[in-house]
Design a protein around this ligand. Structure first.
Ligand code: PRT
Ligand code: ZN
Length: 211
């Protein structure tokens, strides 16, 4: 019996995910362009996937656990357990408008067009604030939307803020704070739960040593 973990194939969370496993004393053969590999010293099978697909794989039990941004877990609305925050991949999902726009409160978003790759989270935020606005879902380069007249505001991930700055935008609301999390399937078999507990114990030791 092996525990199956899904991690990002390439992108911002890939290296830190591999590093975390290494710090947990788990050695994996990380061949370039491999979609699947196995740990040599822990009953762990590793799947390399696009981050967007990871919550679905976990919900379906194709993967038992996975490392993914909390922002993706929330947006995809899949039934998974968030079992541990991992302390990397930190960012925020924020509303931004053009620098020149007078913005005082969330009410200024009323009846505006908002471009985002996170329509579910944004809709929820607007509803909680009693705002009606038009959401334009776009999958990338969200920052250029105001400049080309596609939207009045955007809602996108921010870490340093330099992308917003370079596109003449300013951050006006934090919608969500996010970091990489370990998510698990709701229906783990007892043996898999034991393996997860063992892994979690190691992850927590690694996290403690860093604080
Ligand atoms: O190929 P795949 O679908 O797997 O990857 P992806 O391109 O969808 O995701 P990727 O690798 O860009 O991000 C994976 C995860 O990293 C996200 O889901 C977040 O949880 C986390 N993360 C942390 C970030 C950022 N920081 C971040 N800054 N994801 C994206 N960004 C982008 C943001 O969208 C914007 O374009 O970086 C730009 C802003 O950065 P700053 O530093 O200029 O503010
Ligand atoms: Zn993605």
């Amino acid at each position: 019996m092996k525990l199956k973990i899904a991690i990002q194939k390439s992108g911002r969370l890939h290296d830190d995910s591999i590093k975390l496993l290494k710090e947990c004393g788990i050695d994996i053969n990380n061949g370039v362009n491999k979609l699947k590999t196995e740990a040599t010293n822990f009953p762990l099978e590793v799947f390399f996937l696009r981050d967007d697909d990871i919550p679905q794989y976990i919900e379906d039990g194709v993967a038992d656990i996975g490392i993914v941004g909390e922002n993706v877990v929330l947006e995809k609305q899949k039934q998974v357990n968030i079992v541990q925050k991992l302390g990397f991949g930190k960012c925020r999902l924020s509303m931004a408008v053009e620098k020149s726009v007078d913005y005082t409160s969330v009410k200024d978003l009323q009846n505006k067009r908002i471009a985002t790759s996170y329509p579910v989270i944004v809709e929820d935020f607007l509803q909680q604030n009693g705002i009606t606005a038009e959401i334009h879902e776009i999958s990338g380069s969200v920052e250029i939307a105001p400049g080309i007249g596609l939207a009045d505001a955007i809602c996108d991930l921010v870490s340093s803020g330099s992308t917003l700055f370079m596109n003449g935008l300013k951050e006006v609301e934090t919608v969500l704070k996010s970091e990489a999390v370990l998510a698990a399937c709701h229906s783990l078999k007892p043996e898999q739960q034991l393996l997860l507990d063992k892994l979690l114990f190691r992850i927590q030791a690694v996290r403690k040593a860093k604080n």
